[in-house]
Design a protein around this ligand. Structure first.
Ligand SMILES: Cc1cc2nc3c(=O)[nH]c(=O)nc-3n(C[C@H](O)[C@H](O)[C@H](O)COP(=O)(O)O)c2cc1C
Length: 279
């Protein structure tokens, strides 16, 4: 059974948490900016993502506070300076990032409060966070206001002008997820550390048309042993493999168990071949 949430009848503070708990984990833009007096500002924004690679565009949303409907310093700085830096948050700096989310007075620099090191940018006034593994110097292309009540977002559309990536997280021209060790934001006070066992590689060829769920025999699709992911792993193969030789004395349950183990070990074709020997 699913609970129905109608935004019209739901207090904003609850709706906010339903949305945050569901649309998760979210990447965190750790945004550095400066105001017209040169005061540096740093704050995390997880209503954030990349939306285009050519041109390179990232967007985050600075919301009106639900409690008092005021707006945030980052939004002001984006409006007046039209530039900022998006720094990525690795596990090593997650606690310092959390400190920066406190509402300090406008004239207080969160660099000092967090102990993080401001490093000059090449193309924009806002400094980069030296300890962050990736810094993106951005020009604010457009700001879209979504409403005037508490909780309303302002989409800050950023064109990425320059990216700085720590060589330590790179392997050739690719980023190693375990080395960059990024943090994601979930609902309430929860975060996720995106490295180690939390990260898995799912290969699905986009060049080959897969068999699909419906291309597998019903007895495989209705298995009590194989999970939906096990079945979908086989459905992702390009074609049905040859049937294996049936193994004497192996019943349906044992065969499905063996297939499950083969899939877990990455031997998907062998698993399907074994299943086809009895179905
Ligand atoms: C991990 C994290 C993510 C956050 N994401 C957002 C967000 O997407 N939008 C927002 O308006 N506030 C967000 N906040 C709250 C702001 O960081 C907070 O209001 C901060 O004081 C704003 O600082 P500023 O006034 O210097 O811009 C987030 C806080 C944390 C800890």
């Amino acid at each position: 059974m699913k609970r129905r949430i109608d935004p019209k009848d739901t207090p904003t503070k609850d709706l906010h948490q339903y949305i945050l708990g569901s649309i998760a984990p979210r990447p965190i833009a750790f945004v550095s900016s400066v105001n017209e007096d040169g005061v540096e500002n740093l704050a995390p924004y997880s209503f954030f993502n990349a939306f285009s690679s050519n041109p390179p565009i990232a967007v985050f949303s600075s919301n009106r506070k639900v409690a008092d409907n005021t707006t945030k310093d980052t939004l002001h700085n984006a409006e007046v300076q039209k530039e900022l830096v998006i720094n990525m948050v690795s596990y090593d700096i997650v606690r310092q990032m959390a400190i920066s989310s406190v509402s300090y007075p406008t004239d207080v620099s969160e660099f000092e409060k967090t102990g993080l090191t401001p490093e000059p940018s090449e193309l924009v006034k806002a400094p980069r966070v030296a300890e962050s593994p990736v810094n993106m110097e951005c020009r604010v292309k457009e700001i879209i206001t979504l409403g005037d009540q508490g909780g309303a977002g302002h989409l800050i559309i950023c064109e990425i002008l320059m990216i700085h990536i720590d060589e330590k997280v790179l392997e050739g021209n690719r980023i190693n997820p375990h080395k960059i060790d990024l943090m994601g934001r979930m609902g309430r006070t929860y975060y996720v550390r995106a490295s180690g066992a939390a990260v898995s590689s799912i290969y699905q060829s986009v060049a080959d048309i897969p068999i699909g769920y419906d291309g597998l025999p019903e007895a495989i699709r209705k298995s009590d042993v194989l999970s939906a992911n096990d079945i979908a792993t086989m459905a992702g193969l390009k074609e049905l493999p040859e049937k294996a030789q049936p193994i004497d004395g192996m019943d349906v349950n044992t065969t499905h168990q063996s297939a499950k183990e083969l899939i877990a070990a990455g031997n998907t074709e062998q698993a399907l071949s074994l299943l086809l020997s009895i179905h």
